[in-house]
Design a protein around this ligand. Structure first.
Ligand code: SF4
Length: 363
């Protein structure tokens, strides 16, 4: 195994094994990784377009049984500061979003034992009745597992009912690192890696558009990260041609400020930007069958995200009008419509607004 043979293999779009990806990640210099990833990106996006979207992240409730050690947002069921977002609040937030030109609401947990499947079905139906044009990019595999267990029905049945009620797509939230052992330590109440993948497999069979994520930089090894990428690639290869599957992969670094996990593995505000660019590049190289790699400007800032556009990424995600979880652990970056387009142009690309299916829209 050597860098030259592996980069050649990657440039021919051959799938690298975990051992090969690990070798490349740990032995190639950043420029070599960026070069290969950029060639692959330019083949996927010969028009040099970098996409972005306007959406808003709303949390349904701050009560969550997952007890993630990296999360400062959740509270236990009987905490005095629990909340459940009411329908009028959603409506107000959606109206503000629509005024800014956005049409996607990213709806996330927590997993509140008081809220079962009927609550979500009513919520999604009511949101669609009030705001028929809004796209609901809602929940994630951990919530689907939670709701299926609560209702004693299959993942497929939960997904069918939710899509009938108005769910448009399923975010790849809660993937963290797809290793059962790591998840038990950092998210004791969350679904296992196998369950996360099983939900996505069912979603892909139903042609539900999904995405995939990774939160790295805590207790995992580099090999765990590369294995995570291979698991996603293998699952994506199972889907039929007609299914959208994972439209995008979005990695972000762990922010430790104030978190229990940070007491075990403190890295407060010292996010390693070179490592993030390296992660983006190796993601582009390993994920031969996932079309879009997104740089998370929200967690690394626009300047680093701009460099990522030369390292395999061609999407900057949302200008994110509201976000509650990573921002409460120290990721405090903000941007707006003008600045994100300026950043893309400055980096040498053409900005295009997209929808949740990564189709171009009007800017
Ligand atoms: S990160 Fe999400 S799933 Fe984990 S405890 Fe916080 S709200 Fe719950």
């Amino acid at each position: 195994m050597n860098i030259q043979s592996l980069t050649q293999k990657a440039l021919q779009k051959e799938e690298l094994t975990i051992a090969e990806g690990l070798y490349l990640y740990t032995h190639a210099n950043l420029a070599e990784l960026m070069f290969v990833a950029d060639v692959l990106r330019s083949q996927i996006r010969p028009d040099n377009v970098v996409t972005w979207i306007i959406d808003r992240n709303v949390n349904i409730t701050n009560v969550c049984i997952s007890r993630c050690l990296f999360c400062n947002f959740h509270v236990p069921l009987h905490h005095p500061k629990t909340y459940i977002t009411c329908i009028d609040e959603y409506s107000q937030k959606i109206s503000e979003l629509e005024q800014l030109g956005g049409d996607q609401l990213l709806i996330q947990g927590g997993m509140n034992p008081k809220l079962g499947l009927d609550f979500y079905l009513d919520l999604f139906s009511e949101l669609k009745a009030r705001h028929p044009n809004i796209k609901l990019h809602a929940l994630g595999p951990p919530e689907i597992v939670f709701l299926a267990q609560k209702a004693h029905i299959s993942y497929t049945e939960v997904l069918e009912k939710l899509t009938d009620a108005g769910m448009d797509s399923l975010p790849g939230a809660g993937a963290e690192i797809l290793s059962n052992d790591i998840r038990k330590k950092i998210s004791p109440g969350k679904c296992s890696a196998d369950e996360w993948l099983d939900v996505m497999r069912e979603a892909h069979k139903m042609n539900i558009t999904t995405s995939a994520t990774m939160m790295y930089g805590h207790i995992e090894s580099i090999e765990d990260r590369i294995a995570h990428l291979v698991k996603l690639r293998e699952l994506q290869s199972e889907k039929t041609e007609n299914s959208a599957g994972f439209t995008a992969f979005i990695p972000w670094p762990f922010y430790s400020a104030g978190t229990k996990l940070g007491q075990i593995f403190p890295n407060n505000y010292s996010i390693n930007h070179e490592e993030y660019i390296r992660m983006i590049a190796i993601s582009r190289i390993m994920l031969t069958n996932i079309p879009n790699i997104q740089a998370s400007w929200l967690t690394v800032g626009l300047p680093t995200a701009q460099i990522c556009l030369h390292a395999g990424a061609h999407d900057l995600g949302s200008i994110m009008i509201e976000e509650n979880v990573v921002s409460q652990a120290g990721a405090g970056f903000r941007t707006n419509k003008d600045d994100i387009q300026k950043a893309i142009t400055e980096a040498g690309f053409t900005p295009r607004l997209r929808n949740q299916k990564y189709e171009y829209g009007d800017t």
